[in-house]
Ligand binder design. Structure first.
Ligand code: ADP
Length: 485
């Protein structure tokens, strides 16, 4: 079941190091499967520490020339990369739905969203301004410049196979830093297609490298190698903590985008139809497999029944199928482990008194398909309260007062995205300020854009991606003090 692409060269089954397509030293390969039918799409090289080291060395060799280019020269190459990604939208979306499972319309959207970071940071590179500071002594001058931090590593997850790479690599490249990417083993082909397009765009050898293979071995080298000055990781909290520990020995700068446990609060003064629509958009995008998906839907007592009824009705109309089928809203879950977690959360909730308003079981299509589900009478002793379900299950909790809602929302070690719906202006400001989250959606369930800072507080992570802030992650500040004037 190899992909049928207009441009067959976008389906690459080799890694990309120092401007060369490469196999593993061991000759070993791993299989990549389509989550919709379990069929093997192809294979990719099982690389380990040695190949990773060579990629880092290549990046290091490329660094001097890449940083020496003017921002405008780098921007022109990145702009070309952007144009090529957009031109390949349909092929990239095919690859994405094939290896990741999301509906083709969502894949088409992600290609544009992913590319937007390349466009944005190509422009932003020209605005890496420094400072002059009035001196503390009259014979001195103080100048602050910003410099590229150096060779950067990116370790990315499977849920956004293109956007998670461009979010990290575009600011790094724009700032003058070469990168080594390790994509998720489930979704290497989007990453490798990006490498093919990067080469065509004219990124010099060694500036952009993609190493596929053994996560522990590749990650071990990326985090222990002193040449790597920066690690940006998106993925699970457990792996993020491990990588942060591993980076401690060489004191690397880290950006971490980890798990969330997003509350979605519906106050009694909300526009109910808009809230239902927002909750569905936030909860079920990518079949519930995003770190900003609403994980806990908190609904005020007086409107609980009405909201639950509307939500169940709309969710009951959602269509499940292969991402390539017309008119579907939900694809399969990424794998069997993902499916088991969703099943376990539903079973745990119903065993403690939750009721199934709609869905609640594996889908008749089999495989890793699960029915879009709404649970009511959910209480805080259930797993859905504290763990990210990462699937199409919307649990509805009840609250009485605004204070109680805020307390419930903040009662978690995570702090990535939160959402609430209210038409009361005072409440919007109050609650917006009180939520301990990096991102707050007010009367909207969709918050991702390249122009705004994306990132979490508490155990959801460190650093921001996108926006003018995103490029700072790849810059160091240098202060020069000129004396004897
Ligand atoms: P998910 O649950 O979304 O798969 P993971 O944190 O396991 O989240 O995976 C995110 C990325 O981290 C993937 O690219 C994966 O290969 C990588 N990864 C997983 N374990 C390790 C590890 N021990 N060292 C380095 N990278 C890892």
């Amino acid at each position: 079941a190899a992909p049928q692409l207009q441009d067959a060269k976008l389906f690459r089954q080799q890694a990309y190091i120092d401007g060369q397509w490469a196999d593993a030293d061991s000759g070993e390969r791993f299989e990549v499967t389509n989550p919709a039918d379990g069929q093997v799409i192809g294979t990719a090289p099982s690389m380990a520490a040695g190949e990773t080291r060579r990629a880092i060395e290549a990046a290091d060799r490329a660094f001097a020339d890449w940083r020496a280019k003017t921002a405008k020269e780098r921007a022109q190459i990145l702009r070309k990369w952007y144009d090529l990604i957009i031109a390949a939208q349909s092929d990239l979306a095919q690859l994405m739905t094939l290896e990741q499972g999301k509906p083709l319309t969502e894949s088409m959207g992600e290609v544009v969203y992913g590319a937007s970071f390349v466009e944005w940071f190509a422009e932003e590179a020209k605005r890496i301004y420094g400072d002059t500071i009035p001196p503390h002594q009259s014979d001195k001058r103080i100048v602050v410049t910003k410099e590229p931090i150096g060779v950067s590593a990116a370790i990315t997850p499977w849920n956004f196979p293109i956007a998670m790479i461009t979010r990290k690599c575009a600011p790094a490249l724009a700032a003058g830093c070469p990168v080594v990417v390790k994509p998720a083993e489930q979704t290497p082909y989007c990453a490798l297609a990006l490498a093919e397009l990067a080469e065509r765009a004219g990124l010099p050898a060694g500036v952009f490298n993609v190493v596929t293979g053994d996560a522990e071995a590749v990650g071990g080298e990326l985090t222990s190698n002193a040449t790597v000055r920066k690690l940006s990781f998106t993925g699970s909290t457990a792996v993020g903590k491990l990588l942060m520990r591993q980076c401690a020995d060489t004191v690397k700068k880290v950006s971490l985008e980890l798990g969330g446990n997003a509350p979605f609060i519906v106050f009694e003064d909300a526009d109910l139809d808009a809230a239902v629509e927002g909750a569905i958009g936030s909860k079920f995008r990518n079949t519930g497999q995003t770190c900003v998906c609403a994980n806990r839907i908190l609904v005020q007592d007086s409107i609980y029944e009405a909201f639950a009824a509307k939500m169940a009705e709309k969710v009951g109309e959602m269509k499940v199928g292969s991402g390539f089928d017309q008119g579907i809203n939900l694809g399969p879950l990424i794998d069997e482990d993902g499916l088991k977690k969703v099943e376990d959360h539903v079973r745990d909730a119903t065993s403690k008194g939750a009721k199934i308003a709609v869905g609640g079981a594996r889908h008749e299509l089999g495989g890793t398909f699960f029915q879009p589900t709404v649970l009511t009478d959910v209480t805080t002793d259930m797993k859905v309260t504290n763990e990210e379900t990462f699937g199409p299950v919307a649990p509805l909790f009840r609250f009485g007062s605004e204070d109680e809602a805020v307390r419930m929302a903040n009662d978690t070690p995570f702090g990535l995205a939160a959402y609430f719906y209210s038409q009361n202006l005072g409440r919007c400001w109050r609650v917006g300020a009180a939520l301990e989250y990096g991102i707050v959606g007010i009367n909207t369930g969709i918050i991702s854009t390249e122009v705004a800072p994306f990132g979490g507080v508490k155990e959801s992570g460190i650093g921001r991606e996108g926006s003018k802030y995103g490029i700072e992650e790849y810059l160091e500040i240098k202060y020069m003090c000129m004396g004897g004037l």
